[in-house]
Design a protein around this ligand. Sequence first.
Ligand code: ARG
Length: 456
Amino acid sequence: MWGGRFAEGPSAVMREINASLPFDKQLWRQDIAGSKAHVAMLGATGIVSAEDAAAIGAGLDRVAADYQANGVPADDLTLEDIHMLTEARLADAIGPVAGRLHTARSRNDQVATDFRLWVRDAIDAVVAALEGLDAALLARAEQHAADVMPGFTHLQSAQPVTLGHHLMAYHEMVTRDLSRFRDARARLNLCPLGAAALAGTSFPIDRHATADALGFDGPTRNSLDSVSDRDFAIEYLTSAVQCSLHLSRLAEEFVLWASQPFGFVALSDAWSTGSSIMPQKRNPDAAELVRGHAGRILGCMTSLMVTMKGLPLAYSKDMQDDKPPAFEAHDLLGLSIAAMTGMVASATFRTDRMRALAESGFATATDLADWLVREAGLPFREAHHVTGRVVKRAEELAVTLDALPLDEMTAIDRRIDARVFDVLSVDASVASRTSFGGTAPDNVRAAIRAAQGDAA
Ligand code: ARG
C-alpha cells in the first residue's frame, strides 16, 4: 500500500513488529462502519462520483459479510492491519475503484475513529452488565433488609448491621461506577474522522455528516488532537480499574464469608469448584479470580498510560499498542461482572450464623453507652468507661449483653435500669440506627425503593 518509494520490502521481523492485524482484527465492524460513512460522504459531496461511492459501499458490505461468515484472516502480515486488509479485500471484490475509498482520510484518523467506536460499544456493554449486577444486589438486599450480621471495623465485630445494608453499600459503588462509564462515554462521543493524517484535508469533506452517520455528537475540533488523543481509552480503563477494585472487594468478602470460620455464605454449585484431592472442598475460585483480575486490569491501564506518556504530537506508532490493553481489560471486566452477578444472585446467605456472630461479639456495647448518655445523662466518655466494665463482666460470665442480669449491671452503675434491655438486642440496635444512611431495616428498604425509582 505504501511501497512506491521503496526499492526493497521490509524484513520479516519488521513485518511482525509492525503488524497490528492479529489484534486489531477485532475492530472490523467499526472499521467497516467508518469506511461506509466516509464513502457515503465522499459521494454526497461529489469528491468521488455517486456511482463509485455506491460501488465501494456495496463492496464494503460484501467484505463485512465475508468477515462475518468466515472470520477475519490474520495470517498475511504484509497487510499490516485491519484497515489495509479491508481495503485489499475491497479491491478483490470490486477492482481498482476500491482505491478511491482512502481519499481525504488517513489510517491515523481512521484508527482513532474505529477505536472510539469500539470503546463506545465496550462502555455500552459494561453499563448493561453493571445494571444487571445492580439489580441482583437490590433483589438480595430487599430479601435481607432486616437480617442482622456483625458489622466490622478492622475486621473486628464492631456494631450490628443488616445484610441488606451491607449489600446496598455495593449498590452505591456500582452506581458511581456506572456514572463514571456514562461520563466517559459522553466525553468520547466526538468523531475524529476527517482529521486525516494530522492537519486536516484540502478536500471539501463534510465532517458533520460522517460524525452524524456514526452516531457521534459532532466532529472533534482539532485535527492534531484528533489523531493523537487516546484519553478516551484511558478514561475507559480508569473507570474499569475503579469498577474492578469494587468487584474485587466484594469478591474478597465472598471468599472470607464462604470460609468455614465465617460461614456467612454458601456459594451455589454453579459458582463453586471442587478440589482434586480434598473431597470436602467447595472453593470460591470465581471470586478469587475476580479479585485477581483487578490486578490485571490495573496493569492494562498502566500499560496504556505509560505508552502515551511523553509522546509528541501527533500520531506515533507506539499508539498502535493502545488496543491490546483495552481489549484485555474489557474481556476481564466483562467476565468479572458476570461472575459477581451470578454469585450474588445465587448465593445462600447463612443469616442464622450471621445473627449468632452478631450477638456474640458484644456488638451492642455502643448502644449501651448511648443509652447511658441519653437516659441517665452521663457524659459519653464516662458512659464509655461504664460500658467497658459491663462488657468485662459479661465476658467473665460468658453471656451476651442482653443476657446479663440487671443486678450485675446496677452493681457496676446504679443509674442503669430495666429499660436498658430495650437497646441491648441486636435487632433493637439496628432498628435504632435511623439516621439518614443508617442501617435500620426501614432505611434500607427506603434506599432500595429510591434506587429502584432511579433505575426505572
Ligand atoms: N495499525 C495502526 C494503529 O493501530 C494504524 C495507524 C497507522 N498509521 C500510520 N501512520 N502508520 O495505530
